[in-house]
Structure formats: structure tokens, C-alpha cells
Design a protein around this ligand. Structure first.
Ligand SMILES: [Zn+2]
Length: 197
């Protein structure tokens, strides 16, 4: 799998078809390929559950329409599912979200928290809202996703010193079952069956 993965997010359902998490492309494929989850094919208006091998076949028969929907493997362009169904109830990935670069980008939806634009991962930086040399800490509450341009513009200043504003106050993500889903701003069309409005 290449490093520059699309920012598409994948809804994860438990065995009772309840939404339990939203994951990025890498985690989604790891769940699918390790047979922890099946992918949902809604293309025929129904819900077909496909395991990894069946999903590969499905991708060959129905090639992804855009790069947003595709990952490139050595052999093919594979379609990214919108919804996964966990095989085992106890594999609910709802434990505490790890504090790392990828998860901060995921929390912020790959969107620069200053200019509001969406970027590929390679075009993004992490920004200390309160700069480190002014006592800012490396925590969920003080680190945001920033594009390189905004990061450079802000430099070693507080946002207001640089004449910039945060889109929203950064916080520790609470990806617990059913909680954050209600606040989803930008759900994939296929999620509508599973997320209450
Ligand atoms: Zn920006």
C-alpha cells in the first residue's frame, strides 16, 4: 500500500450492525485483509457482505471511479469500502484513541484548522497552538492539523499574534460507540442506513 492514502473514512459496524467507529483507510484495510471485518457492497441496493477475496473480485468488476475511492496495490487499483462489518463482537475498536500524527489528522479530517482547506497528508503539518517555547504542551488540546503555508505564517506565535483563528477548539477525540457519529459533518452516502439523523 502506498504512503499517500486517500482521506476517505470508513464506518465500522459491529455484528449487530451498530456503528462503533470511523476509521481511516489504512485501518480499514487492515481489518478487512486480516479477516476481522467484511466489506459492505451496497451497489445493488442491498447489503452484500464481502470478505477480502470477494472484495478484490468486486473491485476488479467495479473499478473505483475516483482516486478518493481507490488505493493502489502492486496489482490493481482497489476500491475502498464505505462500510465494514466486524466479524467478532469483541473486536470493537473503541479503546482510547492513540495520540499520534495520523490520529490528529483523522480527528481534524485532514483539514487545516486555520484556513479550513482539505489536504493530502504529505501537505499537512502538526501545529502547537500555544508554541512550545511559550509553555504549550504536546497534547490533544494543543496540537492541530495545519497546512504548511499556515504553519509557516503562524511561525512561533500564538494564533492571535499571527492574526489567525482556529476553526474549532482542539479536544481529545471521543470515538466511543454512538457518541461522535451524531456529530458527523460529512458522512459518506452509504452511511445513511446506519447513522441516525
Ligand atoms: Zn492552512
Amino acid at each position: 500500500m502506498s504512503e499517500n492514502l486517500p482521506s476517505k473514512r470508513v464506518l465500522v459496524l459491529n455484528r449487530l450492525w451498530q456503528p462503533v467507529n470511523i476509521v481511516g483507510v489504512r485501518r480499514a484495510f487492515s481489518l478487512l485483509m486480516q479477516e476481522h471485518a467484511q466489506a459492505l457492497d451496497t451497489s445493488n441496493g442491498g447489503f452484500q457482505m464481502l470478505d477480502a477475496a470477494q472484495w478484490i473480485e468486486f473491485s476488479l468488476a467495479n473499478p473505483p471511479e475516483s482516486d478518493y475511492d481507490a488505493i493502489h496495490t502492486v496489482k490493481m487499483r482497489m476500491r475502498i469500502p464505505s462500510v465494514l462489518l466486524l466479524r467478532e463482537y469483541d473486536r470493537v475498536p473503541n479503546k482510547e484513541v492513540k495520540f499520534n500524527r495520523r490520529n490528529i489528522f483523522e480527528r481534524d479530517d485532514h483539514t487545516c484548522q486555520y484556513c479550513g482547506h482539505h489536504f493530502q497528508e504529505r501537505e499537512l503539518n502538526l501545529d502547537h497552538v500555544i508554541p512550545r517555547d511559550q509553555g504549550g504542551r504536546t497534547t490533544w488540546e494543543n496540537i492541530v492539523t495545519s497546512c504548511i503555508r499556515c504553519n509557516t505564517q503562524k511561525a512561533n506565535r500564538m494564533p492571535h499574534q499571527a492574526g489567525m483563528r482556529l476553526l474549532k477548539k482542539p479536544a481529545r477525540p471521543k470515538w466511543q460507540p454512538f457518541v461522535s457519529l451524531a456529530e458527523e459533518q460529512d458522512p459518506e452516502p452509504d452511511w445513511q442506513h446506519f447513522i441516525a439523523k
